[in-house]
Design a protein around this ligand. Structure first.
Ligand SMILES: Nc1ncnc2c1ncn2[C@@H]1O[C@H](COP(=O)(O)OP(=O)(O)O)[C@@H](O)[C@H]1O
Ligand SMILES: [Mg+2]
Length: 302
């Protein structure tokens, strides 16, 4: 098994140091999340982050790559994702052209074949790129893995067990440095037990009032503290309404930005009504918020 190779001086001592590094890059962790990420690095194990949309899963991988000063390689999963898009593909057009050019050279069929099935004709997709990094371990983000199908999950599991890929025409490509793997899932389907067993696991919850206030402060430094507190408190009470799709941190940030760009510096009923589209993404949820009474929620927020 290949091991992790980090930039010199980029080792992380403990979860607290990881949390500080993340905070410097604008990402607010909590002790459980910081510990999971720390362990993923120190044990060189893949980390599976599950949770609702917009809670900072993808951003963990980006921040980790930035903190370790290494490359981020991202594989966005979707239904029907296959080896051609995830691992490698032969460049047919270039191969055809090469055959045409070599037609008159008198090379044997075997020689031609060897030529066109070489690295020059290989289009490397994220998973192959991730195990071919030369200097340091990259962060490999396998984003929204729940969207890919089970066959792909099985393939991924195999890759994660030995970090090697076999290409029939070329042989086996082995990683020199194990990538640091972060998988995310919005849980649109349950992932297989085998994949979960291979990974460290962390469920990202909606943030506490305190954590979310820190996030807004980190991401939108221009907003006054009291205004920030009102915004976050209101979003937190919207989350308690049992909506079909509760607003995530992404929505809080969008909403705060919308209010700020409308020149607001306090949260009132009218501006909430005008900007509800930032928090609710369906007619039904908007109706639920209105039925709960914006005025009443505001008095609770204080
Ligand atoms: N803990 C956090 N600290 C700082 N920013 C955060 C945090 N959680 C979420 N965000 C911000 O919220 C937005 C959505 O995050 P993202 O990682 O795309 O969510 P997910 O992948 O869970 O859907 C991004 O702009 C991200 O920077
Ligand atoms: Mg995401």
């Amino acid at each position: 098994m290949p091991s992790l190779t980090l930039h010199q001086g980029k080792s992380i001592l403990d979860p607290q140091e990881l949390a500080r590094g993340f905070e410097q890059l604008g990402y607010i962790t909590d002790p459980a999340l910081a510990t999971s990420i720390y362990l993923a690095v120190s044990l060189a194990k893949p980390l599976l982050l599950e949770g609702h949309a917009g809670l900072g899963k993808t951003e963990v991988a980006k921040t980790l790559a930035a903190m370790l000063d290494t490359r981020l390689i991202r594989l966005q999963c979707y239904e029907g994702l296959d080896v051609n898009s995830a691992v490698y593909e032969w460049n047919y057009q270039k191969q055809l052209l090469a055959i045409k050019i070599k037609e008159r050279t008198g090379l044997s069929v075997e020689e031609k074949e060897k030529h066109i099935f070489s690295h020059d004709f290989l289009m490397e997709r994220p998973l192959l790129q991730a195990i071919q990094e030369k200097e340091f371990s990259p962060v490999l983000l396998v984003d929204e893995v729940d969207r890919a199908d089970e066959a792909f999950e099985a393939f991924l599991l195999e890759l994660l067990s030995d970090y090697q890929i076999s290409i029939p025409e070329l042989g086996t490509v082995k990683a020199k440095h194990a990538p640091l793997v972060i998988l995310t899932s919005n849980r649109s389907r349950e992932l297989g037990d085998a994949l979960k067993r291979r990974c460290l696991y962390h469920w990202i919850e909606y943030p506490s009032l305190e954590k979310e206030t820190k996030i807004v402060a980190a991401r939108l430094p221009g907003i006054a503290a009291e205004f920030e507190r009102q915004i976050v408190a209101f979003v937190q009470s919207v989350r308690r309404l049992n909506l079909a799709k509760a607003p995530g941190v992404a929505e809080t940030l969008d909403w705060a930005q919308a209010l700020a760009s409308l020149g607001k510096n306090t949260v009132d009923r009218e501006s909430i009504e005008d900007t509800l589209g930032c928090l609710s993404k369906s007619m039904e949820d908007t109706a639920k918020i209105k039925a709960a009474g914006i005025e009443k929620m505001l008095t609770e927020v204080g």
